[in-house]
Design a protein. Structure first.
Length: 349
């Protein structure tokens, strides 16, 4: 059963014609057509990307979203296979890719549950969050009111989160407007917008109309989560609980957090103030709140994932293409390419 999130005053829907391309996010990730973000490797509307022999071949693979040691990702190879949900073994990421029939802008999976943020391109372009079972089949299809941006699954596989742009197309822009939702796959409950939760800032409810949230990452109890909030030009790391529908601020300048496998650290992007390199990847120790700058010095606009307890992975631009890179999470070493022509990685541990 599909669930249509309610519209909210003051939020412009991106899935409509007329949004201009050319902002920082578009320059990094791709282009906007009719308000929908297209990444490197995408076919544009009218290219018949899903038809013919190429579509059949791409759908021939069989995915296992519960198999440890699998790297799931969005295939960004040029041609008709671009955009497909794909997988390789973590031990041999350069090997043959198993491709599904799904086209995804963002993907993630944990413990036999996956999420694919997809865009159906027809007379009326519409984005959806697809909840996936262990074999990559769709179990729930939720309409999204904007352009897909972030997605994660909780460690147990029960909770799925997503973020879309509903106005603006850059987290650095003044016209930023997002909507972040959560699906409980066990109960079927859909929370279409975190802005319905209470946010406590310095112990007092923040009721500002400019509040935006993105980049949810869940703890192991399927209730507590971390995310980013932005209000009055400042970004905050927030912690929240689904059960109480409440959040509270923790510190400033933490974006797109991703919780480590042991639950002790967050990997995140931190604003630098340098327009030429807007973000730098860091980790944060939750117990002592110690920050560590990682060895990746290129600006990365992504919600990174943990490959294991020592390494993170993320998408990075290479000319008109995107690749998946990895770097140690303790600030040592240096970045290295893990997978060419790929985006939105997810390690199934």
């Amino acid at each position: 059963m599909s669930v249509t999130p309610p519209e909210r005053p003051g939020k412009k829907t991106l899935i409509s014609a007329g949004m201009a391309a050319g902002t920082a996010a578009v320059a990094v990730l791709g282009m906007v057509v009719a308000g929908v973000l297209f990444l490197p490797g995408d076919f544009l509307p009218g290219d018949d990307r899903d038809g013919g022999a190429a579509g059949a071949a791409a759908g021939a693979g069989s995915l296992d979203l519960g198999r440890p040691g699998t790297l799931l990702f969005r295939n960004a190879e040029p041609g008709p296979r671009g955009g497909r949900l794909a997988a390789v073994p973590l031990t041999s990421p350069g090997g043959a890719r198993t491709l599904s029939g799904l086209s995804c802008v963002r993907v993630h999976a944990r413990n036999g549950t996956g999420v694919c943020l997809t865009v159906e391109r027809s007379a009326h372009t519409q984005a959806y969050a697809l909840a996936l079972d262990q074999r990559g089949g769709t179990t729930k299809k939720i309409p999204l009111p904007g352009s897909p941006s972030r997605a994660q699954v909780s460690p147990s596989g029960r909770m799925i989160s997503w973020t879309v742009f509903v106005s603006g197309d850059s987290y650095a822009g003044d016209d930023l407007s997002t909507r972040t939702g959560i699906l409980d796959t066990r109960t079927g409950q859909v929370i279409p917008d975190l802005e319905k939760f209470t946010l406590l800032q310095d112990g007092k409810p923040n009721t500002s109309v400019d509040l935006n949230y993105w980049g949810v990452t869940f703890t192991g109890d399927d209730d507590r989560f971390y995310a980013t909030a932005k209000t009055k030009g400042t970004t905050y790391l927030v912690q929240g609980r689904v059960s109480t529908q409440a959040m509270w601020t923790m510190r400033t300048n933490v974006e797109c957090p991703s919780l480590s496998p042991d639950g002790t650290r967050l990997a995140f992007k931190k604003a630098t103030g340098d327009p030429s390199r807007p973000w730098r990847l860091h980790t944060l120790e939750l117990r002592g709140m110690k920050e560590t700058a990682l060895a990746e010095t290129a600006s990365v606009d992504d919600q990174v994932v943990w490959l294991d307890g020592q390494r993170i992975a993320y998408g990075r631009l290479r000319g008109p293409a995107t690749d998946v890179w990895t770097v140690p999470a303790d600030g040592s070493g240096g970045p290295r390419m893990l997978l060419a022509n790929a985006f939105s990685p997810a390690a199934i541990r």
